[in-house]
Design a protein around this ligand. Structure first.
Ligand code: PLP
Length: 381
């Protein structure tokens, strides 16, 4: 039996999602920008999807822009705002534990637009201090970005507190909601958030489609993709109607099932941990304090994550690690390093992320196989 425990990387779409998408892959292939019947039906599907997403996020439909995914959304949001920012505000504040989509965009702003970038590090538990972040935004800061939930360790960041305090300042505040949406209630209305980015495939929707929230009136954005004027001239190109329908369907299912899912993930993760404990596996959990249920990052002393991942794969268990292999050497996880841990801990940590489709049987069997690998590898160090 193959066991998928990497739901923070991507998720299996809900059956209802693939069913809802089916007509738009086939017979309902109209272009939503055309005015005849088949095009009007595609437009209606797209408008309905946008309305659904807007309703769930507590925003206006015209504030939701569909795109190819969170990476595009993040680049468009940050670079698009930067291109419209006046010279004396060319400072970007973000954190050392953002996803690469944000961190690489920060480098891009430095390199190509000459921006100053301030990176705030988290406290040892993996949370950014809200006051430190806000203080950094007081001086000439035109743009700031903070993730809702960290993708490696699951910590919930103080986005709402920061957004409300920055609401009446000239700083445009963007949040990466990729790992928060579908797992927690995200209500943007009245929050002070100016922009937000998400990807459908992280919450049981399809790949290749995402959303950008752009608050009406508060954000001046230079579009990066220009052409046919689609998406209110903020993202040109014929829309991925099939993907948008699927994304909205997934979000709609989660809007009512999110709380029970969260409870179930908590229960499943505690079963996973019980199996490790019963087997006597040596581990510590990275990150403390407020976290989403379902993402846990385990430090297995003396066991390099690369080795653990390889053995797990052979045993049919799919998990991942924040450490990355480049030019033949494995780099420790930058998130775990930013929390103040040593290189060894960053090299010996793996992420288990559970999802809607995981069963008790799978999770316990997955934990049993991981335990066996951990004990074997620990014995050989
Ligand atoms: N932000 C976070 C927190 C993520 O976890 C990811 C993907 O892992 C992204 C952004 C980028 O998402 P995508 O690859 O779907 O564009």
């Amino acid at each position: 039996m193959e066991i998928y425990l990497d739901n923070a990387a991507t998720t299996k779409p809900f059956r209802e999602v693939t069913d809802a998408m089916q007509p738009y892959i086939g017979d309902e292939y109209g272009n939503p920008s055309t005015i005849y019947a088949i095009g009007r039906r595609a437009r209606k599907a797209l408008d309905d999807a946008r309305d659904k997403v807007a309703d769930i996020l507590g925003v206006k439909s015209m504030e939701v822009i569909f795109c190819s995914g969170a990476t595009e959304s993040i680049c468009t949001s940050l670079i698009g705002v930067a291109l419209e920012t006046v010279d004396d505000r060319k400072r970007f504040v973000t954190t050392t534990i953002e996803h690469h989509a944000v961190l690489e965009t920060a480098h891009w702003l430095e390199k190509y637009l000459g921006w100053d970038v301030t990176l705030i590090s988290p406290k040892p538990g993996g949370h950014v201090d809200a006051n430190e972040f806000i203080d950094a935004c007081t001086d000439r800061c035109g743009l700031a970005s903070l993730q809702w939930v960290n993708n490696e360790i699951g910590t919930i960041q103080p986005v709402e507190e920061i957004a409300s305090k920055l609401a009446d300042t000239p700083t445009v505040f963007h949040t990466d909601i990729v790992q928060g949406i579908g797992k927690m209630r995200i209500d943007i209305d009245g929050s002070g958030i100016d922009m937000a980015s998400a990807s459908g495939h992280k919450f049981y929707g399809p790949k290749g489609v995402g959303i950008t929230y752009i608050r009406e009136g508060s954000v001046k954005l230079c579009p990066l993709i220009v052409g046919g004027g689609q998406e209110l001239e903020r993202r040109a190109g014929t829309e991925n109607v099939t993907g948008c329908v699927g994304l909205a369907k997934a979000l709609n299912i989660l809007a009512s099932g999110r709380d029970s899912l969260s409870e179930r993930l908590k229960e499943l993760m505690s079963r996973f941990i019980q199996v490790l404990d019963r087997a006597g596996v040596e581990y510590e959990i990275n990150g403390t304090g407020p976290k989403v249920h379902g993402i846990v990052n385990f430090f297995f002393p003396g066991i390099e994550s690369e080795s653990m991942l390889l053995h797990a794969d052979r045993a049919g268990v799919f998990i991942s690690a924040g450490s990355a292999c480049s030019s033949g050497t494995t780099q420790p996880s930058y998130v775990i390093a930013a929390m103040g841990h040593n290189k060894m801990r960053g090299l010996c940590s793996v992420r288990i992320s559970l999802g809607w489709h995981n069963t008790v049987e799978e999770v316990e069997e997955g934990a049993k196989r991981i335990s066996e690998i951990a004990i074997k590898l620990r014995g050989s160090t």
